[in-house]
Design a protein around this ligand. Structure first.
Ligand code: COA
Length: 326
């Protein structure tokens, strides 16, 4: 039976650091409030000339290097993003050209913060079906461009960055064991960008009213996230006859430390088994899991044979998990 195994990981974050103290000077908030309510201390902000494909390119080169694979060998590139370079073409196509992956098909996936796991699942399905053997999956976001820097309830949360993984077909027992994807569109308006699409095209008025920025009902999102994530992880474990203690590392989407801690507590997992880096990067949407995964791998927190779980929750609403034997 064919499986998809992650053979390389990489990340890139922009150089500019924006601390909570910097944000204190922009809106009515405080470092203390942000740390206590979210766990975030600082986030990265892309340079003016950097767009999602630039971040994706750097992260992808790292992932290919660690997999020991040349870009021209790739069969498929999937980029998960809500902040692509432009609405048309896909950021994946721009990346395909810039990375020199001449024979790879390329497309984007939009499932907001769950985007990386949705993209991973797509890659996994192509590999299992024997259609493609080598796939690059990237989460890349420049959320700072979709952020209303006068809205304290959202601007403190978000950051820019990219993470990438190379997946290759294998016959062994290591690799992606299962992926679960979920959506509930009835709550689409908890997290959305009203203007700039076909529903409300860009006009002078929409720009003036800031309707191209992300709008979020944070508190409601928070409650649904905690409820949903516990159930999701437990059902993933049950399906594979595993217990929470069999998991070596949980890599959650980095949205809010309170969501992460509450989920870990409900699962009976100590925080030493949970990857947390949102204090340094904030919420980077589809990029957060591959960034955290790369840091976990490079710091030796993931070892061969370990069971790890990725889980995410985000706009759509969407939520997703993946169980991997490393
Ligand atoms: N600084 C200071 N005060 C702030 C603030 C900020 N940056 N942002 C909001 N507040 C205020 C609110 O105005 C409100 O004041 P009020 O009580 O006078 O009306 C108060 O803090 C509480 O707001 P509330 O939204 O209930 O806070 P909260 O405990 O839910 O925390 C979030 C807010 C956004 C941190 C939290 O809801 C959250 O993280 N939600 C999930 C968001 C998320 O992860 N979304 C992405 C999903 S992938």
């Amino acid at each position: 039976m064919l499986k998809a195994r992650i053979t390389g990981t990489g990340l890139y974050v922009p150089k500019k650091v924006l601390t909570n103290l910097d944000i204190e000077k922009m809106v009515d908030t405080s470092d203390e409030w942000i740390r206590e309510r979210t766990g975030i201390r600082e986030r990265r902000i892309a340079a003016e000339e950097e767009a999602a494909s630039d971040l994706a390119l750097m992260a992808s080169n790292e992932a290919l290097k660690s997999a020991g694979l040349k870009a021209r060998k790739l069969d498929l590139i999937i980029v998960a993003t809500v902040s692509g370079d432009m609405p048309l073409p896909s950021t994946a196509c721009i990346l395909q050209h810039r990375i020199g992956a001449k024979k790879a098909a390329a497309f984007d996936v939009n499932a907001a913060c769950s985007g990386f796991i949705y993209a991973l699942s797509t890659a996994d399905a192509y590999i299992r079906a024997g259609i493609y053997r080598r796939v690059l999956v990237v989460g890349s976001e420049v959320l700072s461009r979709l952020t209303d820097w006068t809205d304290r309830s959202t601007c403190v949360l978000l950051g820019d960055g990219a993470g990438a993984v190379v997946l290759e077909a294998t016959d062994g027992d290591r690799g992606i064991l299962s992926v679960k994807l979920n959506a509930d569109g009835s709550m689409w308006d908890l997290l959305h960008i009203p203007a700039g699409g076909s529903r409300m095209p860009a006009t002078e008025k929409t720009v003036k009213e800031g309707l191209h920025y992300m709008k979020m009902r944070g508190n409601e999102t928070f409650k649904v996230a905690v409820r949903t994530l516990e159930k999701l992880v437990l059902s993933t474990l049950k399906e594979h006859k595993l217990k929470p203690e069999d998991i070596s590392l949980l890599i959650p989407h980095q949205a809010n430390l309170r969501i992460i801690s509450a989920t870990a507590k409900r699962l009976g997992l100590g925080l030493e088994k949970v990857m947390i880096n949102l204090d340094r990067y904030g919420n980077t949407s589809a990029a957060s899991i591959p960034i955290a995964l790369d840091e976990a791998v490079r710091s030796g927190r993931v070892r061969e044979g370990d069971y790890i779980i990725l889980e995410a929750f985000g706009g759509g609403l969407t939520w997703a998990s993946a169980l991997i034997k490393w």
